[in-house]
Write a protein that binds this ligand. Structure first.
Ligand code: AMP
Ligand code: MG
Length: 353
């Protein structure tokens, strides 16, 4: 079913061209610092210049999310990864601002609990996957298992793995296991959209300072974040390796330039809209047979109307709405004199038999 919101072929091409620079080509070797510019803004001058784009993205997301939910065939998992202060929370808030909250769940992953550590490393992520028809957002994700766990190996020690499972290159093995898991999910109708918000070291410094300087931002400041900042290069190495090994045909990574929050939000919106457009979910249509069955039920219900009640009270409301729409368009017929000539049902008078 075509809807008002459908994009033209030209608009689709523009959208595809817009997100192309963010894609990590499967099989390519990424060096984050060299290959992706956190300050990139695709020729857009400023926040104001991008406002209409963000609005358009939010509107399209809302439309497609409704269709995704109605069709109930595909699920979408959005994976958000970033260093501290890159703007994960704000991105979720802005990009998803127009969608029906019933169809979206956000999960934030923190330091694993004792129960979580008692399971395999993908267990806690697998148990929070979106259902068909839903969009699930992982704010941090299974990728922490090859990021923070790699940069701070004491996290791995806590995972209580048997010795045999820590032999060899455990990170390469985890990449493979993650790729296999994601492939399994995508084969079964779950699309995975992976977004890495790419922040520069300088912009992170500025954002930390803002958290310190503005009283209502103080709560966001954590001394641990500044300690993590000291491991910038180690994180960048881990990110680069992760992007090189886990950007696949079935679940590619997108590196989102994040030094400008407004641009990151437009970019994330554009990637999500593109994904949903590819899935192209449709509102279910009613077959001729189903419509016939519905008419029969309608007739039976109308026949049950008690004496004096409208057979179908909604018929009148529908007619009134139609008339109102017509006169709003200014194409209502010239008024007939209000004589008894008008047909009772046109005037919305209930029939009583
Ligand atoms: P925040 O997102 O700022 O609330 O912080 C969550 C914290 O949980 C971060 O310091 C992450 O590094 C940490 N974290 C998330 N996942 C894991 C994990 N799998 N193992 C260890 N730490 C984690
Ligand atoms: Mg934090």
């Amino acid at each position: 079913m075509a809807t008002r919101q459908e994009l033209t072929a030209k608009q689709r091409q523009r959208l595809a061209d817009f997100i192309a620079p963010f894609l990590v080509r499967p099989g390519s070797k990424v060096s984050l610092a060299k290959d992706f510019d956190p300050g990139f803004k695709a020729g857009l001058k400023n926040k104001k210049a991008g406002a209409a784009l963000l609005e358009e993205g939010v509107r399209l997301l809302s439309e497609y999310q409704a269709r995704l939910a109605a069709q109930d065939t595909w699920g979408v998992l959005v994976v958000l990864q970033a260093l501290d202060a890159a703007g994960k929370d704000g991105t979720v808030r802005h990009v998803m601002s127009g969608v029906n909250p019933q169809g979206v769940q956000v999960h934030s992953f923190k330091v694993p609990s004792a129960e979580e550590l008692d399971h395999d490393f993908l267990w806690r992520y697998a148990s929070r996957l979106p259902a068909r028809g839903d969009i699930g957002i992982f704010n941090r994700s299974h990728y922490e298992e090859v990021l923070v766990v790699r940069v701070h190996p004491e996290n791995l020690d806590r995972q209580k793995l048997p010795k045999a499972s820590t032999k060899g290159d455990i990170w390469k093995r985890r990449y493979r296991e993650i790729n296999d898991w994601e492939r399994y999910l995508s084969d079964n109708g779950f699309r995975i959209v992976k977004l890495f918000l790419n922040l520069s070291r300088e912009e992170q410094r500025v954002r930390f300072l803002r958290r310190l300087d503005l009283p209502d931002h103080n709560w966001k400041f954590s001394a641990a974040d500044v300690r993590e900042r000291e491991r910038w290069d180690d994180y960048h190495r881990a990110f680069s390796e992760m992007l090189s090994h886990t950007s696949t045909e079935w679940a590619p990574w997108h590196v989102i330039p994040a030094d400008r929050k407004w641009f990151a939000r437009i970019a994330v919106g554009a990637v999500l809209v593109t994904t949903l457009m590819e899935l192209d979910p449709r509102f279910p249509t009613v077959t001729k047979q189903q419509r016939q069955a519905l008419s029969e039920v309608k007739r039976a219900l109308e026949a049950q109307a008690p004496e004096g009640a409208a057979r179908d009270p909604f018929e009148r409301a529908r007619r009134d709405a139609k008339t109102a729409a017509k006169s709003a368009r200014g194409d209502d017929k010239p008024q007939r004199p209000a004589t008894g000539g008008a047909n009772a049902s046109e005037l919305g008078v209930e029939r009583s038999e």
